[in-house]
Design a protein around this ligand. Structure first.
Ligand SMILES: C[S@@+](CC[C@H](N)C(=O)[O-])C[C@H]1O[C@@H](n2cnc3c(N)ncnc32)[C@H](O)[C@@H]1O
Ligand code: SF4
Ligand code: SF4
Length: 492
């Protein structure tokens, strides 16, 4: 966390949460620089709406950084600091953190030195954009000047599983492939063509319905996003995590989710195919190899909890803990009418509606799993519990997604991961450059209407057609909305 600095004073002891270690700096703190460098990057969380961080070097330089609410990356420089110099940090105003009586200034997850001017320019652009975006969200502005800091991409449309046999039983494969027809391929050049949509983003997440490790430029794309100082997360079926792909990931600031829903080969084959052993071998090798690379990439497990694997959860968590993964993320099956209602795979009859768990069941499972994980000293992230809490902030629009996120996918442009209809299709791009097209979509009447409704405390028609959305589900559960017309939604 602080390889480039030594803590001098003004810090509370290091702590851990599901995203890894962090440390609280008090109102005033000091760090000693361990190596000379041109620039510094700080990943920190502030609890107030706006605040200020002043950094002074003992050689007389001073930087004033505007703090925004939540987690952000902040950069400053050029530094004149040399090895052994001390930096002074002052945070104002101090904010009370509910349930914690300590003097808390800034929650810091990472503080790094670097020399690359390109990375400094990217981080400066994304820092300014992030603050503006947060202000536009909090004030409910429907036309955005900023771009969404969370950019979702779609690296690959091919997948090794359906190429050899049938798609995974819950995958909306045929629906996605139909929508993706005629869309432009994603290559490393796409990152340049995205211009500000890439330059000003902080987090890039691959949302392919496909297998990203099959992309020919996988290593190049991963390296580029990491070197540009962006957080990159992607999900893989893990079957093609060959030594070459693992080398391309080692030491990279990447969150790699590996999809496994069962602790046994037989259970895995019900949903996917007969390659459970190779997934576990690849996963085990990556967890071992990364220890010599600063524990990077972070390796997470994406597990869909269904009726047929409920009983396997304790064994599943034990296996993942033994393999040394960083955390397990439990997800619920999407309420999606675009999947097969019933599929037979490797002799198992998968009945989608029968596999869905009710909200009451999911709440009970979340509690049970947390107790289990605590006893095993393991981090588990329960996705269905997190989203509504983190998405909406007091006094702000009902949901932040259409401000903070843009899904530039081969199946179309979407405002959030719960929407199934694109707000724009690739056929609408015409001859326009990618960033010009995306800017028009970002402020299109459809997106303005969604933002306007959410800012007025209402769910838009688009949201109401998205039955998997936790905010929509909550509104239905509270009786604020009538039951859904989506076939699966009415059963869960
Ligand atoms: C579509 S896959 C693409 C990445 C990669 N091919 C894989 O399978 O991990 C991304 C994630 O979506 C999950 N997924 C697929 N269909 C789903 C559904 N109907 N409900 C919830 N998650 C689903 C998969 O388990 C996987 O973790
Ligand atoms: S879930 Fe992933 S691995 Fe399975 S068919 Fe879909 S894209 Fe391929
Ligand atoms: S469907 Fe849900 S996540 Fe998407 S914009 Fe609406 S409220 Fe937000």
């Amino acid at each position: 966390m602080f390889d480039h600095f030594q803590l001098v004073c003004g810090f509370h002891p290091a702590e851990n949460d599901s995203l890894g270690p962090f440390i609280w700096a008090k109102a005033s703190s000091q760090l000693r620089v361990l190596q000379a460098a041109r620039y510094a990057e700080l990943q920190a969380c502030y609890y107030g709406n706006t605040g200020s961080l002043t950094i002074r070097s003992e050689r007389g330089s001073q930087w004033q950084i505007a703090l925004g609410r939540g987690w952000h990356a902040y950069v400053f420089g050029p530094l004149d600091a040399r090895s052994d110099d001390v930096l002074d940090l002052q945070v104002t105003p101090l904010i009370d953190v509910p349930g914690d009586g300590r003097e808390l200034g800034l929650m810091i997850r990472r503080f790094e030195l670097f020399d690359e001017a390109r990375r400094f320019a990217m981080l400066s652009a994304s820092q300014a954009n992030c603050i503006r975006n947060q202000q536009e969200y909090e004030s409910g502005q429907v036309v955005l000047e900023s771009v969404p800091p969370y950019l979702r991409i779609n690296m690959e449309v091919r997948c090794n599983i359906p190429e050899k046999d049938q798609a995974c039983v819950y995958c909306a494969w045929d629906w996605a492939k139909e929508l993706e027809r005629g869309s432009p391929p994603f290559t490393i050049k796409t990152l340049d063509d995205l211009r500000d949509f890439y330059r000003c983003s902080t987090h890039i997440n691959d949302c392919s319905i496909g297998e990203p490790t099959m992309h020919k430029q996988f290593g190049e794309i991963t390296a580029r996003i990491d070197e540009d100082g962006k957080h990159f997360s992607l999900t893989t079926n893990g079957q093609l995590l060959t030594p070459k792909r693992r080398r391309e990931l080692l030491g990279r600031n990447v969150e790699l989710y590996v999809s496994i829903d069962s602790p046994t080969a037989q259970g895995y084959a019900r949903y996917r195919n007969d390659r459970w052993n190779s997934v576990l071998e690849n996963l085990g090798a990556l967890c071992r190899e990364k220890r010599e690379y600063g524990n990077l990439p972070r390796v997470y497990i994406s597990c869909i909890v269904m009726r047929s694997n409920l009983e396997d959860l304790p064994r599943f968590l034990t296996l993942m803990s033994e393999l040394g993964v960083d955390h397990v993320k439990l997800r619920a099956l999407a309420l999606d009418d675009n999947v097969n209602a019933v599929t037979t795979n490797n002799g198992y009859r998968f009945d989608y509606a029968g596999e869905l768990l009710t909200s009451t069941e999911l709440t009970e499972i979340g509690d049970r799993v947390r107790r289990l994980a605590q006893a095993m000293q393991m981090d588990v992230y329960v996705e269905w519990e997190q989203f509504p809490v983190s998405a909406s902030e007091a006094g702000a629009p009902l949901c932040s997604e259409p401000w903070k996120t843009l899904y530039v996918l081969r199946r179309g442009i979407m405002p959030c991961c719960y929407g199934t209809d694109p707000v724009a299709t690739w056929g609408e791009q015409g001859g326009r450059p990618l960033d010009v097209f995306l800017r028009s979509v970002l402020n299109s009447p459809k997106l303005q209407e969604i933002r306007g409704d959410l800012a007025s405390g209402r769910l838009s028609n688009y949201c109401l057609r998205s039955p998997s959305c936790p905010i929509v589900k909550q509104a239905r559960a509270d009786g604020r909305l009538p039951a859904s017309s989506c076939g699966f939604a009415s059963r869960a």
